[in-house]
Design a protein. Structure first.
Length: 342
C-alpha cells in the first residue's frame, strides 16, 4: 500500500490524501514532518481560526523541479518564534512547490487572479499570516487567490538548533540602525551568499506559477491579462524579480510589501503598476522599498508607496492597534482601481 501523502494544515491537523481524513496532532507536538508527496490538483482541507475550506492544490513541477537547493530535508510545519509576535504556523524545508487555490463566491468573482507569495528570508515560509490570511482576504473580495509555496533553503531538522538560528536572525533584523545608514539593497541587509541561489530558485517557481495560471485561466473564469502578484518580504523580492524578468509572462499589477528591489535593472516601459508599503521602523528594508518606488516612478510607471511610522518588519495582515493595520484596506482600494482600469 502506498505511503499516505500528507499535506500541511495549520493549528494541529493534517490531511491524508489516501485516507481522506483529517487527523489531529497533539498540542505538545509543535513541530511536524509533513512528508510532501502529492497528486496533481489534490483537494485539501485548510482549517484556520475556526474556518474550514476544501481547497485544490497544484504542484508546479509534477515531474520534479528543473533544479534544486542542497541540504533540504523533509518539509516541516512549526510555530513562529516568540520574537515575531503572536504565534502562527510556518513551513520550512520546502522542496515541492505548489499553488493552493482560494476561490471567491461566484456572485463576487471579478475575473482577476492574485498570486500570494509569503516571506521568510528564503529559509521558511510565513504560511499563515502572509499566506493563508491574505489569500482568504482576497477571495472574500472577489479575487481568485493562488497561494504560492516556493522552494527555500534547507534548515536543521533538530527543532532546538533551528529555533536558536531563527532567533539569532530575527534579533539581527531588529537591531537599531540610523536612517542614514539603513541598507539600500538586500545584499547590504543580509550577508548570506546562499541567498542568491535561493532567490533565483524562488523566481523560477514564480514564473512557473504565472505560466500555469495563464494556461488554465478559463478553468477559474479568469482573464489571462488580469493576473497580478503580491509578496511579503522575501516574497516581495520574488514579486519584483518576476515582474522585471523578460522570461516571465506579464503581470497585470504587483504589490511587493516590505521588500523588493530592481538591483539596478531598468524598469521596462510596460512594467505593471506597483503598490508597496513598509514601516519606517523596519530599518532593514524601509530604504530598500523607498528605492524600489523611486525606480518605478522614475521610469514613469504607476507606483504607490505607503510608509507607516511604526509596524516593524513582517506586520502582515495582523491587527496591532496601529495605523499600519490599514495598509491592506489601502491595497484593496488600489486593487479595485487596477481591475476597473484593466
Amino acid at each position: 500500500m502506498p505511503r499516505p501523502s500528507i499535506w500541511y494544515l495549520p493549528k494541529g491537523t493534517y490531511w491524508s490524501v489516501h485516507r481522506k481524513t483529517t487527523i489531529s496532532v497533539s498540542a505538545n507536538q509543535r513541530e511536524r514532518d509533513v512528508g510532501m508527496v502529492m497528486a496533481d490538483d489534490t483537494p485539501i482541507e485548510i482549517r484556520v481560526g475556526g474556518q474550514v475550506s476544501l481547497t485544490p492544490v497544484i504542484r508546479l513541477w509534477p515531474d520534479g523541479p528543473p533544479s534544486g537547493l542542497p541540504g533540504v530535508g523533509s518539509e516541516i510545519t512549526f510555530p513562529s518564534p516568540a520574537i515575531f509576535g503572536p504565534e502562527t504556523d510556518m513551513l520550512r524545508n520546502v522542496s515541492d512547490p505548489s499553488l493552493t487555490v482560494f476561490m471567491p463566491d461566484p456572485a463576487k468573482a471579478n475575473g482577476a487572479g492574485v498570486i500570494v507569495c509569503p516571506g521568510g528570508a528564503w529559509r521558511v515560509l510565513a504560511w499563515e499570516h502572509e499566506g493563508i490570511a491574505p489569500a482568504r482576504w482576497l477571495a472574500a473580495r472577489g479575487y481568485t487567490a493562488f497561494l504560492l509555496k516556493y522552494r527555500v533553503l534547507g534548515s536543521p531538522p533538530d527543532p532546538v538548533e533551528f529555533a536558536a538560528a531563527a532567533n539569532r536572525m530575527a534579533a539581527s533584523m531588529s537591531s537599531p540602525i540610523p536612517g542614514a545608514k539603513a541598507p539600500r539593497a538586500l545584499v547590504d541587509a543580509i550577508h548570506d551568499e546562499s541567498i542568491a541561489r535561493a532567490r533565483e530558485t524562488a523566481a523560477d517557481d514564480g514564473r512557473r506559477a504565472i505560466e500555469i495560471i495563464r494556461e488554465r485561466a478559463a478553468e477559474w473564469s479568469l482573464k489571462p491579462d488580469r493576473i497580478g502578484m503580491i509578496g511579503f518580504s522575501a516574497g516581495a523580492f520574488l514579486t519584483t524579480d518576476v515582474a522585471l524578468d523578460p522570461r516571465a509572462a506579464p503581470l497585470a499589477f504587483v504589490a511587493p510589501i516590505y521588500g523588493g528591489e530592481t538591483q539596478g535593472r531598468a524598469v521596462p516601459a510596460d512594467a505593471p503598476p506597483l503598490f508597496t508599503a513598509v514601516a519606517q521602523d523596519d530599518r532593514m528594508f524601509f530604504r530598500v522599498v523607498e528605492g524600489l518606488y523611486a525606480d518605478w516612478s522614475s521610469a514613469d510607471r504607476p507606483a504607490e508607496l505607503h510608509i507607516f511610522t511604526r509596524g516593524g518588519h513582517g506586520f502582515g495582515v495582523g491587527k496591532r492597534g496601529l495605523p499600519v493595520d490599514r495598509w491592506i484596506d489601502l491595497l484593496g482600494d488600489w486593487l479595485v482601481d487596477q481591475v476597473r482600469s484593466a
